[in-house]
Design a binder for this molecule. Sequence first.
Ligand code: AP5
Length: 223
Amino acid sequence: MMRIILLGPPGSGKGTQASLLEEKLGVPKIATGDLFRDAVRRRTPLGLKVKEIMERGELVSDGLTGQLIKEKITQPECHGGYILDGFPRNLNQVKYLEMIDSSRLEVVIDLDVEEEEIIQRLSARRVCPQCQAVYNIILKPPKKDNKCDNCQADLITRDDDRPEVIRKRLQVYRRETQPLIDYYQKKGNYKRIKGTRSVEEVFKEIWEWLSPYLANSGLRAGK
Ligand code: AP5
């Protein structure tokens, strides 16, 4: 039973690829950013605590993030495997994950995208506040202007996709998350994938690399 970790800077396509993997493998994607944004929208106690931190582009504390992850990965739906998008994000979170769920085969996909492209992508990103679908007004526009294809809700720009916050998020990524690349490279089962090709091409390469692991893990397409 496997966990798939998607690493990569903001806007590298982690969420996009995690959703495709979720659909193909039938195991849950756990995206800490989506969970926090949902809490902010519903104004829960967690949401009230993290709102300003996220708007500044900083990381939520390891304590709150760890608690959220533990609640999710201990659910029965995750027993057969899960996909992590946006967690872990620093070495403390790596150690915590290994402590609470140590017995799984773990594979890490690191999406590599240059900063210039990231800034372009995030400035053009629009998201659906209801179903979390992600669009890009240049590369993947919705069928109807500013309306979600799935649920017709008005699309929004994320609060942290403002240029100054994108720059801050990149800074935080370089400082906190980049060291994980070295860690997972040494640990093994790690693959760096060029994230600048089309969504389909990136997914194809991910799928080809994953296939031998899937064969050994009990997971397979359309499970
Ligand atoms: P989070 O939501 O995880 O944001 P992020 O890591 O900055 O990543 P993004 O969601 O911005 O980008 P992505 O890589 O998923 O790309 P996407 O597929 O959307 O976190 C937000 C905040 O929550 C953090 O700043 C922090 O405050 C908090 N947080 C979350 N996790 C935390 C943790 N573990 N610890 C502490 N705090 C935490 O794609 C981006 C755009 O590009 C889209 O428009 C998409 O359509 C487009 N696109 C995707 N793929 C391609 C492609 N191949 N070609 C062209 N365009 C593409």
